[in-house]
Design a binder for this molecule. Sequence first.
Ligand SMILES: [Zn+2]
Length: 226
Amino acid sequence: MLFGASALGLALTGGAFAKETKPPPKPQNVLSPDAALKRLMEGNARYVDGVSRRHDFKHEREALAGGQNPFAAVLSCADSRIAPEYAFDAGRGDLFVCRVAGNFAGTETIASMEYAVAVLGAPLILVLGHDSCGAVDATLKAIKDDKPPPGHIPSLVDAIAPAARAAMQQGGDVLNKAIRQNVIDNIAKLKSAAPILNAAVEQGNLKVVGGIYRLTTGTVELIAQG
Ligand SMILES: [Zn+2]
């Protein structure tokens, strides 16, 4: 599918876009934002309980060759322990996943989410932080030491710094507070991203929520809804 202005324009008019295209390859993925969140959390419960479904990739491959209609988009950390498709017991074509260390929404990620929402029709974005996030920890250290980390890592630190600073001012369990605040900040950033995501939220076609992945149990705890 072309990612052009016309496709976006059609997508923004809501139902008109769907009528212009062929039937979605996964009709079961056409969900309201609330139903999408429910399905995501039911998948996480199966994963936590060790009863994940068998995913028949061979059977799905042909249907998905001609298109995609994921029921949720996820912005997660690049941390190798997170793996959103596993954590939500999802198949191919179900989740549109953007991953970057520190799960923050930079320009390319916002653009990717705009594509997921406006062109692919995803009704939900989940910002997923996690316990013991190295990117958030590195940001806290860089601020404390007043010394930028090596290489290109300062670009991560700059993005996470507002949440890290807010947590440092509060004191207590600063790492966990910064991880949580970073999710909250990026929910706000995605919800207000003009002109596409903010309009989708206002029209009720999109919800942006956040969660924390608990490393020991695999549980995703939702921390904000709206
Ligand atoms: Zn992380």
